[in-house]
Design a protein around this ligand. Sequence first.
Ligand code: SF4
Ligand code: SF4
Length: 416
Amino acid sequence: MQIIADVGGIPGKDCRGFCKYCYFRKVKDGDPLGCKSCLPGTFGCEQCTTGVRESKNEFIPPFMVINSVKTSMMMGNYGEDDFKINISGGGDVSCYPYLLDITSAFSQWNIPIHLGYTSGKGIDNPQMANDLISHGVEEVTFTVFSTNPELRKTWMGDKNPQASLDALKIFSENCEVHAAAVILPGVNDGEDLRKTCADLEEWGAKAFIMMRFANFRNQGLILGNEPLIEGVTPHSLQEFDELVRSINQEFNLRVTGTPLCDPENNTPFALAKDNDKEYLDILSDVTSEATIISGNVAGPFIEHIFDIMGASDLVNVVVVDQDISCLITQKDLEDIDLNELKETVILPGRAFVHDKKAEEILCRDGVDRIVARGPDKLSVDGEMSGTLSQEDVLKTELIAFQDLIEAINFFGVRKK
Ligand code: SF4
Ligand code: SF4
């Protein structure tokens, strides 16, 4: 159980300048995307306008961060052993000017601390790692990118790359370190990636999260910011899957990938794997007809799962050209061939489309379809998956699929 200590921060601004590969680079102000929280009569709210761009989230004063953790602790029932304070924000916690002040305050409560996301760019002196450890930091999620300081300097804009790497080594030797890297083809893949993993293994890091670089709209750059880096073609989903699996075999690290591939837990969609098929028997029967809209990663898995359940005559999956289903927008819906849709359409819960707009687009051929939302998530992402047991993953997916089936049976046209 982790209590979030949100220190705020704006990507690029509060992490000493943009990394060249940062998802938030080149984001422009723009029209709201619309989302599930929109009130029926309004279009565009905090979440889908500034929230998704993380453009208004200034650093929060330390006393407010400390007070909000205190309040959460008083309201929750936190007696368990596995309890931590997770310090994270929109920028980079190592750049938060009061990081040592808040960890020092937390240390008085004797609660272990997780540095939720740091790129290390705020570390000018590796001694900072020792200070943080002495304040109770036990877990660190650290974007390494590469253990070659030159590459950190060029691609992350890290002014003191050696200090950051020395700090990472100290963290790895003393805490549970989840190292992360956005994988840029021709830059930090290939030999450099192997060297980085070998260093992490030697220093004692526990896990390595590989993030596929996104450069195009259909890879998730939905905020008018493609391409991030001219001329770079990121790994295809299949290439990336293979790369994650080979790194996992070569190194003694808990390797996971995002947007796909946890070779140990079989996520995303462990339920689609042959050896986990029997779990699907405990789900309710599908009794109604519906179309599920999904993205390139999840779509084929969902289709396969409904096939195993023997429900593919009732449920079809229409895959739009957007890798991550949560990032499906109005434009993706506009590209769908409406002939493929049944009379009930289920959208991903978190799709960035206003409900009314989705209905308008998906009924514009004159068919009066019901457009509803499914669960927010049907599986777990690579960052999460690496921290969960296989049992937890299966449980999470089963709960989500049960919710999805209930939505289909409730909103769909009844056939059984
Ligand atoms: S440190 Fe993280 S948030 Fe900041 S620019 Fe780099 S990738 Fe973006
Ligand atoms: S789209 Fe979502 S976030 Fe934006 S106003 Fe509507 S409900 Fe709010």
